[in-house]
Design a protein around this ligand. Structure first.
Ligand code: DGL
Length: 268
């Protein structure tokens, strides 16, 4: 098999990374993709750095065994806490979601603008977004807000229930008067709550979802490395989880319209 025909590996703690999977699939339909959702251990956002590093190493190892050509860490928590370690052990190029999200946000924010970063408790505590944003644009003002209940709401499939709006209001209503220019959805689960979040903050605030930006960054990098799959047929997709495969495929269809087919269980 040509190196360019090998799959791209994508992983997250659960369903959230499917927002990145979908963007990659849309932008590069010829690519073969293998997705891993760590459904036995979701959420990552409440865990320690050593736990997230160890889970990420295990999943990356499982994807390396699938002979992937490129790895996308479609999880902000793992990108914040474990990216350096994954890069260190990886035989293939690795892309996290933070840098593409930061670039997308900074294109939309004026000089001295205000950015609100939402994410898991672990991502916010790491201050990975603040550091990345301020390293490129020291003029912007960044506030980070942990929204830990968003992940369980998504994993329960409750994105359009009134409860989702109540939770979003509880976390974000206080920012309505803060003259925020942009809000970064700093967790790959959050795009599934985009509508309710936008409703709380109002139409003036631009909402940045790193999934599209990550797919574009991946395509540029694959092309730069001569690794783009130039085949004409649609690539194959394979899904793995660490538990509850039927639940995963049901929610993938319900929330994202993704037909997974049979999902393999890999336990650690
Ligand atoms: N979707 C992940 C993220 O982007 C993980 C959420 C979680 O498992 O807590 O951070």
């Amino acid at each position: 098999m040509l190196r360019s025909e090998r799959p791209i590996g994508i992983f997250d703690s659960g369903l959230g990374g499917l927002t990145v999977f979908k963007a990659v699939r849309g932008l590069m339909p010829a690519e073969n993709l293998v997705y891993f959702g760590d459904t036995a251990r979701v959420p990552y956002g409440t865990k320690s750095q050593s736990a997230v590093v160890s889970f990420s190493r295990e999943i990356a190892g499982c994807l390396f065994a699938k002979k992937i050509k490129f790895l996308i860490v479609a999880c902000n928590t793992a990108s914040s806490l474990a990216l350096e370690e994954i890069k260190r052990i990886s035989p293939v190029p690795v892309l996290g979601v933070i840098t593409p999200g930061v670039r997308a946000a900074l294109r939309l924010v004026p000089r001295g603008g205000r950015i609100l970063v939402t994410g898991t408790a672990a991502t916010v505590t790491s201050r990975a977004y603040s550091r990345a944003l301020l390293a490129v644009r020291p003029d912007v003002r960044v506030t980070e807000k942990a929204c830990p209940l968003f992940v369980p709401v998504v994993e329960e499939g409750w994105c359009s229930k009134p409860l989702a709006g109540l939770v979003a209001g509880e976390y974000l209503a206080a920012f309505r008067r803060a003259k925020i220019d942009a809000l970064i959805l700093g967790c790959t689960h959050y795009p599934l709550l985009r509508k309710v979040i936008a409703r709380v903050l109002g139409p003036r605030v631009k909402i940045i979802d790193s999934a599209g930006a990550t797919a574009i960054a991946a395509k540029l990098e694959l092309s730069r490395l001569g690794l783009l799959n130039s085949g004409r047929s649609r690539g194959k997709c394979e899904f793995l989880v660490s538990d509850a495969p039927e639940r995963f495929s049901g929610l993938a269809l319900k929330l994202l319209g993704i037909k997974t087919g049979a999902v393999t269980v890999k336990r650690f």
